[in-house]
Design a protein around this ligand. Structure first.
Ligand code: ADP
Length: 263
C-alpha cells in the first residue's frame, strides 16, 4: 500500500513561532559575539600596563650600565613584540565591536602620505627597495582621523616592504575623485613588485591572524592582524579596500575614502 505521511497542519502561528525562535537565536548569538569582543578588548587593555612596566624596567636596567646578558635582550625584544600585539588586538576588538573612536578632521592626504613615506623610506632603502609617491598637484583633503590613517598606510607599506624582494619597487599613488557605484572617493594605492598573493588566499586576507603560507611569513615578524586593522579602520571611515595580486609579479592594495561634500 501507499505510505502515508502525516504532516502537521502549519498555521500562520507555527511559522510565526519558527521565525521568533530564529530571531531569538540570532540575537543571542550576537550578544555572545559582542561579549567575546568586549572580553578581548578588556583583556588586551589589562595587559598593556604590566607590559609597559616590564619594558621600562628592562630599559632602565640597560641604561644603568649593568652588564646585560643576551637572554635579557631577548626578553626585551619579546616584551616589545607582545606590547605591539596587545595594542593591535585591543584596537582591533574595539573596531570589531563598533567602539572605535574616530577623531575626524580635514586632513591633507598628500602632505600626510609624504610624511609616512618619508618615515618608512629608510627601512625600504635598507632592504634594497625603491619607494616613491605620486600625487596630483592639488591638495587632496579628506575628513579623517590622522592617527588611524597613519596606521592604515604604515601597515600596508610595512607589508609591501616585507613581501618584496631586494631590487623591487613600491609606489604610492593618490587619485582624487574616483567614481565607484555612484559615490565619489579619494583613492590611495600601495603598489609593490613583490611575491604576490595566490588568488585562493585573497578571500581570507583580511581575517584576523590570517597569514598566507605560515612558513613564508614566520620569520618576517608580523602578527597577522595588520590587514584586519586596515580593513576595519578604512570601514570606520566609510570607505573600503580592494586588492589585486599576481603571484611573482606584485600586489596592489587600493584604499577608497569617501569624499565629504561638506568640506
Ligand atoms: P602579517 O603580520 O602576517 O603581515 P597581515 O594581516 O598584515 O599580517 O597580512 C596577512 C598576510 O597577507 C601576510 O602574512 C602575507 O602572507 C600576506 N600579505 C600581506 N601584504 C602582502 C603583500 N604586499 N605582498 C604579499 N603578501 C602580502
Amino acid at each position: 500500500g501507499d505510505l502515508e505521511v502525516s504532516v502537521p497542519v502549519q498555521t500562520k502561528d507555527d511559522y510565526g513561532k519558527v521565525i521568533q525562535t530564529f530571531n531569538d537565536m540570532t540575537l543571542r548569538l550576537r550578544e555572545a559575539e559582542d561579549a567575546r569582543r568586549r572580553l578581548v578588548a578588556d583583556v588586551a587593555h589589562e595587559f598593556r600596563t604590566p607590559l609597559s612596566i616590564m619594558q621600562l624596567k628592562l630599559e632602565n636596567y640597560q641604561q644603568a650600565g649593568h652588564h646585560v646578558p643576551p637572554e635579557m635582550l631577548r626578553i626585551h625584544d619579546e616584551v616589545i613584540r607582545l606590547s605591539l600585539l596587545v595594542d593591535d588586538l585591543h584596537v582591533l576588538s574595539l573596531a570589531e565591536a563598533g567602539r572605535l573612536s574616530l577623531d575626524r578632521k580635514p586632513l591633507d592626504l598628500t602632505a600626510h602620505l609624504e610624511r609616512i613615506v618619508d618615515d618608512v623610506k629608510y627601512e625600504a632603502e635598507e632592504t634594497g627597495l625603491e619607494i616613491r609617491l605620486s600625487t596630483t598637484s592639488r591638495p587632496v583633503t579628506v575628513m579623517a582621523d590622522a592617527r588611524r590613517i597613519t596606521q592604515v598606510f604604515i601597515n600596508l607599506l610595512t607589508n609591501a616592504i616585507r613581501y618584496t624582494p631586494e631590487g623591487g619597487k613600491i609606489s604610492v599613488v593618490i587619485q582624487d575623485k574616483v567614481v565607484d557605484r555612484n559615490a565619489v572617493y579619494t583613492c590611495v594605492s600601495v603598489i609593490d613588485t613583490g611575491i604576490g598573493i595566490p588568488a585562493e588566499e585573497l578571500a581570507h586576507l583580511f581575517d584576523r591572524f590570517y597569514r598566507v603560507e605560515k612558513a613564508r611569513s614566520r620569520h618576517t615578524g608580523g602578527t597577522g592582524l595588520g590587514l584586519s586593522i586596515v580593513h576595519h579602520f578604512v570601514r570606520a571611515h566609510g570607505g573600503f579596500i580592494r586588492v589585486v595580486s599576481e603571484p611573482g609579479q606584485g600586489t596592489t592594495f587600493t584604499v577608497y575614502l569617501p569624499i565629504n561634500n561638506d568640506l
